[in-house]
Design a protein around this ligand. Structure first.
Ligand code: DC
Length: 224
């Protein structure tokens, strides 16, 4: 199986770029952030905060996170219910960043990610895919852009969904999540030593798609 790992900070455009490229290549696109978001939603529904580590560890024993692909689109299931749409709020984003620092949460989600990559050609995006989840991935990309660019994209997405947000709040959330994600003790966000760096600052979407596609096709030639 061919495994492509794409890691990078929040809002770098990983998911929309990876989804498009996976479509073109006929690979499955796996958004691992959605797994952490689904756990975060369960934590929120249980009226817990991220500092309640022992309670969250116990909660994992009665939590079923499922992932399904419907017409190639990833759907997230929580205890049998489809939660794909409810995991995209700013509150769940921030809670996902906090609960993802809990080692038991990361361990709980590890097998699901590895199984998907073992059984399919995948482009998998996240924070620790090239470093921890799939250290043997044939292709690793670290995708980034300036915090301001990333905040602008997130802001545009949230506004398009009809959410009432302001740019400065989105930028400050992005910076907080960058800090949390790259400073946690377990599996922090950092480029794998054998990754290719892709900076999309100032790019149009299609330029970034072309950049990632060219990195992958070039690497595929070396692999085959
Ligand atoms: O990619 P995202 O914004 O949907 O991810 C939500 C949070 O989940 C992110 O702030 C950090 C965490 N995460 C992680 O720790 N490891 C991953 N592989 C993916 C996401």
């Amino acid at each position: 199986m061919i495994n492509v790992a794409i890691d990078g900070p929040a809002g770098a455009g990983k998911s929309s770029i990876a989804r498009k490229v996976a479509n073109k290549l006929g690979y499955i696109y796996v958004d691992t952030g959605a797994l952490y978001r689904t756990v975060a939603l369960k934590v929120a529904k249980s009226s817990l905060t991220a500092d309640k580590v022992a309670e969250i560890e116990e909660l994992l024993g009665v939590t079923e996170v499922g992932i399904a692909f419907v017409d190639g689109e990833q759907r997230m299931m929580l205890d049998g219910a489809d939660v794909t749409d409810s995991i995209r709020t700013p509150e769940v984003s921030m809670l996902a960043s906090a609960v993802s620092a809990i080692p038991a949460v990361r361990a709980y989600l590890l097998n699901t990610q590895r199984r998907l990559a073992a059984e399919n050609n995948v482009i998998m995006d996240g924070r620790d895919i090239g470093t921890v989840v799939l250290p043997d991935a044939q292709i690793k990309i670290f995708l980034t852009a300036s915090a301001e660019d990333r905040a602008q994209r997130r802001f545009d997405e949230l506004i398009a969904k009809g959410m009432d947000v302001n740019y400065d709040d989105v930028l400050s959330d992005i910076k907080t999540r960058d800090y949390n994600d790259s400073h946690r003790a377990v599996a922090p966000l950092k480029p794998a030593p054998d990754s290719v760096l892709a900076d999309t600052t100032g790019n149009e979407f299609e330029q970034s798609v072309a950049l990632i596609e060219s990195i992958i096709t070039e690497k595929l030639r070396e692999v085959k």
